[in-house]
Design a protein. Structure first.
Ligand SMILES: NC(=O)c1ccc[n+]([C@@H]2O[C@H](COP(=O)([O-])OP(=O)(O)OC[C@H]3O[C@@H](n4cnc5c(N)ncnc54)[C@H](O)[C@@H]3O)[C@@H](O)[C@H]2O)c1
Length: 446
């Protein structure tokens, strides 16, 4: 039996009898749910999290990620199955290392792999034979083979012979109650058969259906394509919304009717722009990589441009609504309802609400915001605190802009108490009073 086969069999046995120690690097929206899932089935999990506040919260069983169940976190931590640390001292004692760190864009819209690179360097220092390393972070095709592999092989060990390396993109949809880490199919790719086999086995322990593909690059492209698909379709309906505005048509009515077709269409809805760590960022990783092949990804560029234009479109509609009320922007008070990029979440990274606030500040509009999930934000260095709807009168605002459709808000009451509402999410369309003329005279849809 070759040494590589021996190492593979050893790790397989450890995975199957749950004696493999799992290290999860980065305990954020992706890493913490993943760490809890692995600990729940009996693996010893070490979370390596550079933020001491987060590491401490985990060890104190104080949950900070919405998708993680408080009781499940407490159970695995108290059972000694999950422990968070802030450094990489224990790397060589870990059998499987899963990298879940951020992959943002630089200011010039190019991939910023600094988190992945720094973690890989740390892992390379403690790398030993028989380990599996997987990358979960979303990135361009080639990162695993061209960035991570050489950095790990600088240790003198070889992929597929001494250690195993794979990419398995996380597909979690924060806030989705139906599809969780466990029942969302998981794609795995690696550039040598042993790495693919062991990574597939590892993921099968906690995920119902694992989909192996022939290379790490293919797995990387699967994920960026999925997010590009969303970005392009959202841009398409956003563009339709801007056209309908010019044509004085109701985009929501048009989409509702189009979506009654039982085939050949998928529902996508317009909004104030795209936010979060995925849709505004990931497609541009692919756009950047494509240039290396002298290839322009026109759909990605166009979708990014249209989606980034949306907060400016919201600003234009807000100014029009204020004008109709006879209020000059510099005298206007506007309330932004929701700053999270998505409903029922506290994540405001890349949120369109922030761009709407910046845009309206340029017009000297006086702004407040309310978000039950986000108590504080910082915009252009200035801190803003969520106002308390119990103590602040909605009627004092000239306009309320519904930027996030959190389900905890009573929209009927909100419209009743407002002078005017700009609804960028179409949430007021479903209200019982939606056909009422007073209601309709107050509410402008995107
Ligand atoms: N959030 C999502 O919905 C989602 C979904 C699918 C994929 N992804 C991808 O997963 C990756 C992680 O995203 P996230 O949303 O979990 O990010 P996050 O910011 O919530 O979490 C990343 C964590 O990594 C930690 N970290 C950074 N550098 C570190 C280091 N050197 N050592 C240890 N810890 C370090 C950070 O402190 C943070 O806690 C990204 O590539 C993202 O695109 C995210």
């Amino acid at each position: 039996m070759s040494r590589a086969t021996h190492l593979l069999n050893q790790l397989k046995a450890k995975i199957l009898d749950r004696t493999a120690v799992v290290g999860v690097v980065g305990l954020g929206y992706v890493g913490l749910p993943f760490a809890v899932e692995k600990a729940k089935v009996g693996f010893q999990v070490i979370g390596i999290e550079q933020n001491p506040w987060r590491a401490e919260r985990v060890n104190l069983t104080d949950n900070y990620i919405h998708d993680v169940d408080d009781n499940e976190l407490a159970t695995v931590v108290k059972a000694g199955l999950l422990k968070a640390v802030t450094g990489f001292e224990n790397v060589s004692s870990i059998d499987v290392l899963v990298i879940c760190v951020p992959t943002p864009l630089s200011k010039n819209m190019t991939p910023d792999l600094s988190f992945v690179e720094s973690v890989t360097r740390e892992i390379a220092r403690g790398l030993r034979s028989g380990q599996l390393i997987t990358l979960e972070s979303t990135t361009y095709p080639g990162t695993t083979d061209e960035v991570i592999r050489p950095a790990l092989e600088a240790s003198g060990l070889r992929q597929g012979q001494d250690f195993f390396l794979a990419h398995s993109p996380e597909r979690v949809d924060p806030g989705n109650q139906r599809y969780t880490t466990k029942n969302t199919n998981k794609v795995v790719g690696a550039s040598d058969p042993a790495s693919l086999e062991i990574a597939t086995l590892f993921y099968q322990q906690t995920i119902d259906h694992v989909v192996p593909v022939s290379s790490a690059k293919a797995a990387e492209l699967v994920k960026v394509f999925e997010n590009t698909f969303r970005a392009v379709n959202i841009a398409l309906v956003n563009e339709l919304a801007m056209l309908c505005d010019r044509m004085n048509l109701n985009v929501w009515e048009v989409l509702d009717a189009a979506n009654t077709k039982p085939f050949g269409i998928m529902p996508f809805y317009p909004g104030p722009g795209v936010g979060g760590h995925c849709i505004p960022i990931d497609p541009h990783y692919l756009e950047w990589k494509a240039k290396e092949f002298n290839f322009e990804t026109h759909f990605i560029a166009l979708a990014g441009e249209i989606n980034r234009r949306m907060p400016e479109f919201v600003r234009d509609k807000a100014l029009r609504a204020l004008n109709q009320l006879g209020v000059a922007p510099s005298k206007a008070k506007v309330l932004i309802m929701g700053v999270a990029y998505k409903k029922d979440l506290g994540d405001w990274r890349e949120s369109p609400s922030i761009h709407i606030i910046q845009n309206l500040r340029r017009d000297l509009v006086s702004l407040d915001y309310h978000d039950p999930f986000v108590p504080v934000i910082k915009v252009q260095g200035q801190e803003m605190h969520s106002i308390n709807l119990e103590t602040v009168a909605i009627h004092q605002y000239d306009l309320v802009i519904i930027a996030t459709d959190h389900s905890t808000i009573d929209y009927t009451q909100l419209v009743e108490q407002s002078k005017a509402v700009l609804d960028t999410r179409g949430v007021t369309r479903q209200l019982p009073d939606a056909q009422d003329t007073t209601f309709q005279s107050k509410v402008t849809l995107l």
